[in-house]
Design a protein around this ligand. Structure first.
Ligand code: GP9
Ligand code: MN
Length: 632
């Protein structure tokens, strides 16, 4: 007992608050813990931060030390409780940008009482205990020796670093990519998460502060000269107005790459449904994904804005508070379309719940809109077949006309699928990832087939335009050796760049034209194409893509990737080398200079737009820069 009494108060406080944090994670929030490793990280992070903060107290003199312990106890408890209240209402964690949005917090105010539960009393027990012990002087608060201080700093920092290392192992690039607030909280803890959020918000705001709208004119001029299709250019295929009054369904085919189209595994087609569908559709077979760290969300960002994703972060995460002129907002303003998203995942994954509101989506049918048990899951979550089936039930209740985005999930890395669900023979190679990939792609293909059949049964097919696009690559280059064996060719950097093609299909029921279009195109071209199909002519849009149906000679001749690679009509720049786009042979680097320079310029403009939040300086109704440039 005497020895226990020698333990300094700050350690007692750190343990109590750490324990409480862990209990809140485990029993108050509804976090999904998938492995023992995750459980360990959760436990460590709860104590790591608490210990680190309370250890700062050792640098203070006795009286101040006590004060420091009081304040830290109260502040940490307050943060926990505030997040808990917010979580109970929004199933999400507090961020600075949402705090600044008065309506969110206001929403909370009204229902505050119902958010407080009786078991919350437990959350202040330790506060009372710490205060009591401090007053009773049961545990010492004293001036510590220099050696002790140094040791304590080293130990507490080491634990924090250990936590960060474990988190990085569990979720590589967690801080860069952000993913999901739940992931962040699970891996680095709620307090570190707030620090991270504050850092992101501050660095974003500082870049934004320096912009005043004057940057806009140059970009606007560039867009007008370089990007916009000449209004009277010969349309390769006239699709203007083809979507008028029709519903539009876009399906993001998770991780589906173009190379699986019309290919077989042991004599069986991988995507029999898509192979048939493209015969009766516009099929773009030279269409590239242009995503970066933000993967699926980057593809959504490209599609809705015709802006490039960011090089170092997921724009959905870091720039969701920007002003945009997204596709949903435009088609709502101009044609009264309401936009919806269907995706059976957490609402906050990729910060979608926030970003969708910014972009003008009416509603997001997330995981909460689906009913399923563990048995209905494959890999990342609800299987695509049930997902589509339940989505149609919601879809048929919506008023026309609508724009509906479906995001599939079964074909997600690592492409796990139970044998009983796999209808394609398992490919045999040294890459388990590749072998399973074919099977999960097939699963999504079957789900799509069922979806089309249900749409027909429900009488929803005829009035809808269907667009199917792969969001990004599925098979990582790490498996190129096995993929090369399958394709029957060695995968050079040139081939690897060409493998970034994803299928892009526009299926218009009742339309009498269908063909394969091989114009060099990419995700950046989506928004202008949809606008064209709806007959919306915007003078006032800022975008970097153009109508997919334009004649190749009316289009820019490059597709820019975020990793420095550029695809041109004649040349491909990849891995620091220039390749002839016909033979795939390496040629002199200078040949690639024009497309490289053009791509760099355009990417920089796009980044400038996002970092400076420049669209806030633009008056979309008048199609001009707001002169006063206050723009708020
Ligand atoms: C998550 C799903 C997959 O909601 O969109 O995301 P990804 O890992 O492909 O970006
Ligand atoms: Mn994806």
């Amino acid at each position: 007992m005497e020895r226990i009494k020698k333990i300094p108060l700050f350690i007692i406080a750190a343990v109590l608050i750490g324990l409480k944090t862990y209990i809140v994670y485990r029993f108050y929030f509804n976090l999904s813990i998938e492995s023992a490793f995750q459980e360990i990280i959760l436990f460590i992070n709860a104590f790591a931060f608490s210990f680190f903060v309370f250890a700062i107290g050792v640098w203070f003199k006795e009286r101040r030390q006590k004060k420091f312990i009081y304040i830290t106890t109260i502040v940490m408890t307050f943060i926990l409780i505030a997040n808990l209240m917010y979580y109970r209402n929004f199933t999400d964690f507090i961020t600075l940008p949402t705090l600044m949005q008065v309506n969110n917090v206001g929403d909370l105010g009204g229902s505050m009482i119902s958010l407080i539960h009786i078991e919350d009393l437990f959350l202040i027990l330790d506060v009372a205990l710490i205060f009591y012990l401090a007053r009773k002087e049961a545990f010492p608060v004293k001036t510590f020796s220099k050696l002790f201080k140094r040791r304590i700093v080293t130990v507490s920092l080491s634990v924090v670093i250990l936590n960060l290392v474990l988190a990085e192992i569990e979720r590589p690039m967690l801080f860069k990519r952000g993913f999901d607030r739940e992931y962040l909280v699970k891996n680095v803890g709620i307090f570190t998460f707030h620090g991270y959020d504050a850092f992101i918000t501050a660095s974003m705001q500082s870049k934004r502060l320096f912009a005043d709208g004057s940057e806009f004119n140059e970009i606007e001029e560039y867009v007008k000269e370089t990007v916009e299709d000449s209004k009277d250019a010969n349309q390769k295929i006239d699709i203007e107005n083809v979507a008028e009054g029709k519903n539009i369904v876009y399906i993001a085919a998770e991780s589906v790459q173009q190379f699986v189209i019309n290919r077989e595994v042991y004599g069986e087609e991988i995507t029999p449904f898509l192979n048939d569908l493209i015969e009766d559709s516009y099929y773009f077979d030279n269409f590239y994904h242009q995503t970066a760290l933000g993967k699926t969300s980057d593809h959504e960002f490209l599609l809705d804005n015709s802006l490039y994703p960011l090089p170092n972060s997921a724009a959905f995460f870091t720039h969701a508070q920007n002003e945009y002129y997204g596709l949903p907002e435009i088609i709502n303003n101009k044609r009264d379309y309401k936009s919806y998203v269907f995706h059976a995942n957490n609402a906050s994954f990729w910060n979608r719940n926030v970003m969708y509101e910014t972009l003008g989506y009416e509603e997001y049918f997330d995981i909460e809109s689906y009913e399923f048990t563990k048995e209905d899951e494959i890999g990342w979550g609800l299987n695509d077949k049930i997902f589509f089936d339940q989505s149609v039930d919601i879809l048929k209740e919506l008023d026309d006309p609508y724009y509906a985005k479906f995001i599939t999930l079964t074909n997600h890395f690592p492409f796990d699928i139970p044998e009983s669900e796999a209808n394609l023979p398992l490919y045999e190679s040294d890459s388990v990832t590749l072998n399973q990939y074919f099977q999960t792609v097939r699963y999504t293909d079957e789900a799509l087939e069922e979806f089309f059949a249900t749409m027909k049964e429900e009488g929803l097919y005829e009035d809808t335009i269907f667009i199917i696009g792969g969001d990004h690559y599925g098979v990582p280059s790490y498996h190129n050796e096995e993929l090369g064996e399958y394709l029957g060719e060695e995968i050079t950097p040139y081939e690897d760049a060409k493998l970034q093609r994803v299928p892009f299909i526009i299926h218009i029921p009742g339309h009498d034209d269908s063909r394969t279009i091989s114009t060099l195109t990419g995700q950046i071209d989506y928004k202008p194409t949809i606008l064209k199909m709806l007959g919306i002519e915007l003078d006032e849009d800022i975008r970097f893509g153009s109508n997919l149906f334009d004649q190749p000679e009316d289009r820019k001749d490059f597709i820019a990737f975020r990793d420095g690679r550029v695809i041109g009509n004649d040349y491909v720049y990849a891995a620091g080398m220039c390749y002839d786009n016909e033979s795939g042979e390496a040629v002199e680097e200078v040949n690639c200079d024009p497309i490289r320079e053009a791509a760099t310029k355009e990417l920089n403009y796009s980044d400038e737009m996002i970092y400076g939040d420049l669209l806030r300086f633009y008056d979309f109704d008048r199609g001009e820069v707001i002169e006063s440039a206050e723009g708020e």
